[in-house]
Every structure is written in structure tokens, then in C-alpha cells.
Design a protein around this ligand. Structure first.
Ligand code: G4P
Length: 526
């Protein structure tokens, strides 16, 4: 890729995350995208769980240590002169605040939905974070080679459950055994499934019908699609690039990642509408990505669980200027200078040292305890400080105490540091000041326990409290007598009071009984 100016370099960047529920096809999709980008040679190498062949970039397989891997948190590849960064958002038990924070570092998101399952729990959670940021969301409805729900049902669900308008860029012709392909409204062609390459794309005439004689035209499914498309044209949402850019409308694509069908069409359409790196809000106003001065913020710190490598990696999203290896920067929080000589970038199959990167790119910095989540780094004299990352509402809670009461000092030090780093959230009960930890995923507790032992030499006892619904209290005065086992009053680390409700029922009951108390959820505030 040869570019002439910093601005052109930056404009060629597209940085996104794939949001989906486990098993919807994120890994398969990523693998195909990397394949098109030439980052892997064989589009069957990312995933190798069952074959035992470890993939070039299996999210989790390489360096697997209790589900933690640093190798593929970021993948980069070039396609049609665009440099694409895909950020991983782990699922399953690996789901954590990091997953949410990763969405703070992208300019758009790709949402993959299993056509048989529709919107699932984790997709919904991740979607909410994207919506909070107002970033563009592109939807890929996957597994059309299998029997699934009808496309109209799926679109209705998108609108009802997610509350986002949708615009189908293409429309499936059948599904499962009778899947013939997609009617591509955007490229004005039909893309046929399971045909020889020369018949893959069939052009449409101005009435929207296929030009020429092809067997597909005779099928009732194709005739039905013509009717449905007409219906979409007349009664569906209007295409609006502006609404896509503000995250109000999602372009929807259908396909089958496994059979590599519709993926390239998706990628090319995505690149037509996905935004280049956007300005980022600092406390002194927005910072333009093409500003010469280098700056960025840390959105994720990955502790390597392998005791043989005690290093941690801090992931920095570049927000302005250009990174050069060995450059001198300042850590905004402490105003201390740092030389960025140890940096790494994770390409599909190896850790390669990055020499230069620009706004939109992600670099990994070796960290020996210097960085915290949300830290800003900047070059030059003028201080840049990005806004604090939002607090995410935890759902899982544990009570924590030290195993050895004689070791209070290392226990408190460990907790304070890990909380500051953003690894976990800490709450305290009123009066007794008992420690309660909150997380969005179980893995956060495991990492916490492991790091307390290994880094702070402190064994902890963690007693599960299960899931709770956390709601902050907006009123100035709080009545401590309202605290009960079903609605427990605690303070967060900034001393803000909140209730931990046992379940939805307890929350509603409490609200009915105490209408004067204003409860809020930070995830809903935006
Ligand atoms: P994830 O990363 O979102 O968890 O999903 P992943 O890509 O691992 O896909 C989950 C399962 O769904 C895999 O099957 C995968 O092969 C299958 N899959 C993905 N895309 C499609 C598709 O377009 N059509 C069909 N029919 N299946 C698809 P598995 O048997 O669970 O895994 P494995 O065979 O790879 O071990």
C-alpha cells in the first residue's frame, strides 16, 4: 500500500469488531475475511478445534491458558487498498468488561446473527454498547444454507428487539436445501449459490428481473423474492447513508460464512459505507484523526496468565497522528515521559513488531504495570487527555475476603491496583465496608483470583452472590433502612450509592414501593 499523506493513510483505515452470540459464526466469518485479505492462505485454518490443527489465528487456541490468548485480539489485513483492523470481542466465559471496552476502540461493528436463532442474549448486550456510542452497525445474517427463520421475521425482530431500523442490502432466495442465492439490491444482481463461477452473478434489468434465461427464474422461490423485494421497495425503510453513519439504520446482508457465500459481497459493500477513523472526544474537545500530534488511549490490558511470561499487553487505539517505534510520549495521567520502544502488533499468524501505525490502528504495548485502562498517551508538548471510558454495569457479584488475615496489606494493595487498572469493579457495603466484586463475566473473577495470588501473593476467598441487577441512586439522600438481602445497598469506588437487586422482580417491587427513589443504569444513559 503506497499512500502519500498521513490523511490518506488514515482514510484507508477501517477498524471494527464483530459482535455476536457464541456459535453464530464469528470465527468462521473472520477466517473468510482474513482469507480475502490474503492474511491466511487457506480459508480453513483459523478454526481447528476438532481437527486438532491449530489455526493461524484461532482466537483462543494458540497460547491457550484458561481461555486467554493475546495473539489474536487484533487482526489486520489489507483489501482493495484499505487496511482493516478487526478487534476480537470474546464470548462464552471469556466475556468481560474488556469485551465491552473493545467497542470503545472501533469505528463500526459487524453483527452476526444465526438465521435460525435470531437475536441472542450476548448480541443484545454488545449491541447496546454500540448503540450507546452511536457507531454504525452492519448486520450479517448467517447460515442461510440451513433452515432458519424467514427473512421478514428476522427483520421484524431486529426492529422490535434492538429498536434499530434495517435496510436489507440483499434478500435470500430460499434457504437450507433450497437455498439458491441472494437477490442483491445494492449491486443490482443475483448471486447464485452452488453454481459454476461464470454463472455466479446474474445482472438485473431496470425492472429488477434477471437478464437472460436461467433456470432460477422459473422457480417459485425466485418469483416470491421478486414480490418481497417489491414490498421492501414500497413499504420498507428508505436507504439512508446518514442513518447508517449515525447507527440508526443497519444495512442487512444474508449469506453463509461456512460455505463462503455472500461474504465477499458483504465485505465490499461494508467498505463502501463503513467510516474511516472518527474524531475522538478529549476533555478539551474533539481530536481529529489527521492531526499531526500522536495520541491514543488504552482500552484493554491483557494479563498473560502464563507464569513463564509475566508480561502484560496494553492495547492502544491510535486516535491521532502516527506512531513511530521508539518515539517519546507522555502518559497523561501521571505526566511522566515514556519511550515506546517495545510495541507489538498482532497480525494473523505471528507477533510482529510494528514500526509505524496511524490513527485507527491498534498497537500492543508491553506493560510492566505502568498503564491503566482508559489512559491517554500523547506525543509533543500539548497535553491531550481522552474522556474517561464509561462504566459498564456488572451482573455477577462475589464477596471477597483474604484467606490469611495477617496479609491484609498485600490484599488491599492488590485489590486497589487491579480495580484501578479496570480489571474488576469494587463495591463496599455501608457501615461494615465488606468488599464485593462485580464483573460482567465469570472470567474476570478467575483472572482476579489468579493475579492476586501471582502478582500480590495474596490468596483470596470468593463467595458467589450470583447475578444481581445493579442500579445507581440519583437522589441526594439515601435511606439505609431500605437495604435488604433482595435489594442490597452498596457504594461504588467513587462512593456513589447503588442497589444490587436480586432479580427483575425485586427491582420492580422496589420501584413500586419507593417511587421517589430515582434509579439509573449507566448503560441506558446514552
Ligand atoms: P463463533 O465464533 O461465533 O462461536 O462461531 P463459529 O464460527 O465457531 O461457528 C459455530 C458453528 O457454526 C461451527 O460449527 C461452524 O462451522 C458453524 N457455522 C458457521 N457459519 C456457518 C454457516 O454459514 N452455515 C452452517 N451450516 N454452519 C456454520 P461447529 O460444528 O460447532 O464447529 P466446527 O465444526 O468448526 O468445530
Amino acid at each position: 500500500m503506497e499512500k502519500h499523506s498521513l490523511k490518506e493513510e488514515i482514510e484507508s483505515r477501517r477498524t471494527f469488531a464483530i459482535i455476536s452470540h457464541p456459535d453464530a459464526g464469528k470465527t468462521t466469518m473472520t477466517e473468510k475475511l482474513l482469507y480475502f485479505g490474503g492474511a491466511i492462505r487457506d480459508a480453513g485454518t483459523v478454526k481447528g478445534k476438532k481437527t486438532g490443527k491449530y489455526a493461524t489465528s484461532d482466537w483462543m487456541a494458540i497460547e491457550k491458558q484458561r481461555g486467554i490468548s493475546v495473539t489474536s485480539s487484533v487482526m489486520q489485513f489489507d483489501y482493495n487498498d484499505v487496511r482493516i483492523n478487526i478487534l476480537d470481542t470474546p464470548g462464552h466465559q471469556d466475556f468481560s468488561e474488556d469485551t465491552y471496552r473493545t467497542l470503545m476502540a472501533v469505528d463500526s461493528a459487524v453483527m452476526i446473527i444465526d438465521s435460525a436463532k435470531g437475536i441472542e442474549e450476548q448480541t443484545l448486550k454488545l449491541f447496546k454498547v454500540c448503540r450507546m456510542r452511536g457507531i454504525p452497525i452492519f448486520t450479517f445474517i448467517n447460515k442461510l444454507d440451513r433452515q432458519g427463520r424467514t427473512p421478514l421475521e428476522l427483520l421484524a425482530e431486529l426492529e422490535e428487539v434492538l429498536g434499530i431500523e434495517s435496510y436489507p442490502m440483499n434478500w435470500p432466495i430460499g434457504m437450507g436445501k433450497e437455498f439458491y442465492g441472494i437477490y442483491d439490491r445494492y449491486h443490482k444482481r443475483v448471486e447464485q449459490f452452488r453454481v459454476e463461477d461464470q454463472e455466479r452473478f446474474l445482472e438485473l434489468d431496470e425492472t429488477g428481473d434477471i437478464i437472460g434465461d436461467y433456470p432460477i427464474k422459473e422457480t417459485s422461490l425466485y418469483q416470491q423474492v421478486l414480490e418481497e423485494v417489491l414490498l421492501l421497495d414500497e413499504a420498507g425503510n428508505e436507504f439512508s447513508e446518514e442513518k447508517i453513519q449515525s447507527g440508526k439504520l443497519t444495512p442487512v446482508f444474508f449469506g453463509s460464512a461456512l460455505t463462503n457465500f455472500g461474504v465477499q459481497t458483504f465485505l465490499e459493500s461494508y467498505l463502501d459505507f463503513a467510516p474511516a477513523p472518527q474524531p475522538r472526544q478529549s476533555i478539551d474537545g474533539p481530536v481529529e484523526p489527521a492531526t499531526e500530534q500522536f495520541s491514543g488511549f488504552i482500552f484493554k490490558i491483557q494479563a498473560n496468565m502464563n507464569p513463564a511470561h509475566r508480561d502484560r499487553i496494553a492495547f492502544l487505539r491510535i486516535c491521532s497522528g502516527q506512531f513511530e517505534r521508539g518515539m517519546n510520549v507522555t502518559l497523561a495521567r501521571t505526566e511522566k515521559p515514556i519511550k515506546l520502544s517495545q510495541s507489538t502488533q498482532f497480525l494473523a499468524d505471528d507477533r510482529s513488531t510494528v514500526n509505524s501505525a496511524v490513527s485507527g490502528d491498534i498497537i500492543g504495548l508491553y506493560d510492566t504495570g505502568t498503564y491503566q485502562i482508559g489512559d491517554t498517551l500523547f506525543a509533543g508538548k500539548q497535553k491531550i487527555q481522552y474522556e474517561r471510558l464509561p462504566q459498564f454495569t456488572p451482573e455477577l457479584f462475589v464477596r471477597v475476603t483474604p484467606k490469611n488475615v495477617m496479609k491484609q496489606k498485600s490484599y488491599h494493595k492488590g485489590i486497589q491496583q487491579l480495580v484501578q487498572e479496570g480489571a474488576i469493579q469494587l463495591y463496599r457495603t455501608f457501615r461494615t465496608e465488606d468488599y464485593i466484586l462485580g464483573a460482567v463475566g465469570q472470567l474476570q473473577f478467575e483472572v482476579f483470583e489468579h493475579r492476586m495470588k501471582n502478582e500480590y501473593n495474596s490468596d483470596v476467598i470468593m463467595e458467589s452472590m450470583g447475578t444481581k441487577i445493579a442500579r445507581w441512586i440519583e437522589n441526594d439522600k439515601i435511606d439505609e433502612s431500605l437495604s435488604s438481602s433482595r435489594s442490597m445497598l452498596v457504594k461504588d469506588r467513587y462512593d456513589n450509592p447503588l442497589f444490587l437487586f436480586e432479580n427483575e422482580f425485586a427491582l420492580r417491587w422496589f420501584q413500586d414501593k419507593n417511587p421517589a427513589i430515582k434509579l439509573s443504569n449507566p448503560m441506558d444513559d446514552h
